[in-house]
Design a protein around this ligand. Structure first.
Ligand code: NAP
Length: 268
């Protein structure tokens, strides 16, 4: 937790979505100092107050930055907490599904490249911000992103009944997630460690999301089936609240624990 002896700070992107929102709520309740980028800050603060957080907690621990995740300057402001680069970045960014008249691609997104373009902005912003700080590993943040099953290079991670939905209907959002994952993988594969802007990247591939923005609406993170890219947990759905709580318990609190450099697959 965020104390003088353990000054972990967290930057959130996509926190008005249920997954990152639940991680944010758990982080605030545990006392961490966080920043969150939001296109509409009042939407985020209303969501937090409606879930029972006090205005005092928000005033003490949360800085909301109004902006867009594809704007490098807005992202830079989010990555700085009291003038210092944050220790952890959590992104649950995603586009809104839009139906289109296409047999091959009936579902697209309002921004079909939101995950890839925001990842590009985060890396560019990190490069600019990091230039002002020591390039030691200790000062580089850990990045945790929410992604999806159905894009694995390993064994099939989508149950049989959902394969048409995942591999045909959701091709556009999945291509965006693939690009995001590949950008981050390539970045971390840079053999020159001093050029890596992150000390670690952890992907969380969730099965079909259920529920809304309510951190209490899940079954509990300990009930989840958890796998890896090589040995995925295969299932149909998972509550957004559970994805967010799992990220908090396993990745934020343990930072990064056994998941460093890995991809987790989560389902109920
Ligand atoms: N739907 C599924 O079954 C499923 C399954 C697995 C994974 N996923 C993926 O998991 C992730 C988390 O999903 P979720 O349901 O928790 O969240 P979500 O409802 O998809 O929310 C997306 C978030 O991204 C924000 N956003 C989008 N464009 C932005 C921009 N240009 N600048 C700043 N913020 C922007 C939205 O903000 P606003 O409030 O301003 O719109 C919102 O906070 C998403 O990437 C989603 O695609 C989805």
């Amino acid at each position: 937790m965020s104390t003088k002896s353990n000054p972990t700070t967290i930057a959130f992107f996509g926190a008005t979505g249920g997954c990152a929102n639940a991680t944010l709520v758990h982080s605030l309740l545990a006392g961490y100092k966080v920043s969150a980028l939001a296109r509409t800050p009042s939407k985020l603060t209303s969501q937090l107050l409606e879930q029972g957080l006090s205005q005092e907690t928000l005033d003490r621990q949360l800085t909301v930055i109004q902006g867009d995740a594809t704007n490098v300057e807005d992202v830079k402001r989010t990555l700085l907490s009291n003038g210092k680069l944050v220790s952890i970045i959590v992104t649950g960014l995603g586009g809104k599904p839009v139906l289109q008249y296409s047999f091959r691609q009936p579902v697209t997104l309002d921004n079909p490249e939101i995950c890839a373009s925001s990842t590009d902005s985060i890396l560019k912003a990190l490069k600019e911000v990091s230039a002002e700080y020591s390039a030691t590993t200790a000062h580089k943040p850990l990045l945790v992103y929410v992604s999806t099953t159905g894009i694995s290079n390993g064994p099939e991670d989508v149950p049989f009944g959902f394969r048409f939905l995942y591999h045909i209907i959701l091709a556009v959002p999945h291509e965006d997630k693939r690009k995001m994952e590949s950008m981050l993988r390539l970045h971390m594969e840079n053999p020159n460690e001093s050029e890596r802007l992150l000390r670690g990247v952890i992907g969380v591939r969730a099965s079909l999301l259920s529920g809304g923005v309510d951190y209490k609406s899940g079954k509990g993170w300990k009930t989840l089936k958890v796998g890896t890219e090589e040995k995925p947990a295969v299932g149909y759905t998972i509550a957004r609240a559970d994805v967010g709580q799992w990220i908090f318990e396993e990745l934020v609190k343990k930072d990064p624990g056994e998941w460093a450099g890995k991809v987790a697959t989560l389902t109920s």
